[in-house]
Design a binder for this molecule. Sequence first.
Ligand SMILES: *[C@@H]1O[C@H](CO)[C@@H](O)[C@H](O)[C@H]1NC(C)=O
Length: 548
Amino acid sequence: FQHLEKSAVLQEARVFNETPINPRKCAHILTKILYLINQGEHLGVMEATESFFAMTKLFQSNDPTLRRMCYLTIKEMSSISEDVIIVTSSLTKDMTGKDDNYRGPAVRALCQITDSTMLQAIERYMKQAIVDKVPSVSSSALVSSLHLLKTSFDIVKRWVNEAQEAASSDNIMVQYHALGLLYHVRKNDRLAVNKMLSKFMRHGLKSPFAYCMMIRVASKLLEEEAGSHDSPLFDFIENCLRNKHEMVVYEAASAIVNLPSCTAKELAPAVSVLQLFCSSPKAALRYAAVRTLNKVAMKHPSAVTACNLDLENLVTDSNRSIATLAITTLLKTGSESSIDRLMKQISSFMSEISDEFKVVVVQAISALCQKYPRKHAVLMNFLFTMLREEGGFEYKRAIVDCIISIIEENSESKETGLSHLCEFIEDCEFTVLATRILHLLGQEGPKTNNPSKYIRFIYNRVVLEHEEVRAGAVSALAKFGAQNEDVLPSILVLLKRLFEFLNPLQVKEGFDATLSYMFMTVLEPLLGTPLPRYNAVLGSQKILPCYR
Ligand SMILES: *[C@@H]1O[C@H](CO)[C@@H](O)[C@H](O)[C@H]1NC(C)=O
């Protein structure tokens, strides 16, 4: 379908008018039209309406593939073509017809083109469809009703008796969809939701999907109640830890560990099932368990210590995401003596994991630094190595944030930290990070034993970078002069030289105007001689307020 031409495709759609209908050919053209729409191609109202009306003729064919393509086209075109209600009677016929394969999709297409006023006309059919014995029909009607709630709440509300009936279906999807509709009809009425939950908690459910949803609803109510978890809702969630479906067990465990203000006693059973999942042969379960334990470890490290042995086994997991999460969890729960070993292990595959997981590693290091100040050297080195390697903005920002917070809290790590950051801005593609580091250098650099070491790096930034970084660098240099008497004379020389270098450049606006302003107001009084006026920037309205 590459390089499809809209006009050519619409031309082809004339085939729809031919008799006898060629189902294969027509289905192929409909596919092309849907492809174009999904690629973002704009169809004008005229074009869309014309093809739509041509398409309606295809209902004469009984070819199942072609019919299903028609349903899809109706749904896609319902918002761009005019008079789509023309197909209402064809769809109603299919919806109530004998062919079960047509009925579900016809319900969905019909609900898509129906507005509140027309909905009353088909209400009777919808109620029947909801309780239909064919699961695909019932599910289609339930899910369509859910969508209709947005526009026709008061009408759909009248269908709860049918939805109740569907909720006791043996089919797991029908039960799930029915419960979804019932919940969304009632979700603004706390009492009704509570009643609904207790009813299903008493009778039990067949569908694991429905259980997962109930767990989410119950934990939402618990969160809103706040305070004690001594409630049937909590008991329900806890009971779900013993469900026979892993999906339900995980959902319950995840709900419990995410509840605010959970006690150690309440957490324990949830952590136990996550521990069991850690040794599951299914990667998805191991991943879910270790990812959740990682989160628990941030708030309750001691609750996760019991899983350390299982987590150790995951350190060598062939799935690197699982291994990373296991290591970073152990870093939070393990002892100081295990840090070096774990860091070595993780560095062996840092290059294989995505930025998202690298950020997880940085966050773990950040937490470690606060806990074990003696480990700074090892951890900082790790961060510096990561800083030199490839990575996107979020990842690099996490590293820089972490280094800066270490520097701010520990004076002994300041000099090495600043030097590495200087090196980083030599080749940094992220303006935000470069200006942040320059700001830090201006703040911390003048107080160090050897300020001139940093001045060279900063000076280079003015000469080599674009306006924003340049402005940050000039400002940092000025701070060195202001805070340190010894370097003031050389800073003045540098600033004067920079002024002569920068001003003849095509000074446009924004940052360079700000710079000129800075030079005139700061440097002139210091030098005691007026600087030459190169341009009319002074007095410009564009001077950034922060530099005034
Ligand atoms: C690890 O397992 C999870 C869960 O099954 C999966 O989504 C992910 O793609 C896997 N990652 C790798 C790197 O194999």
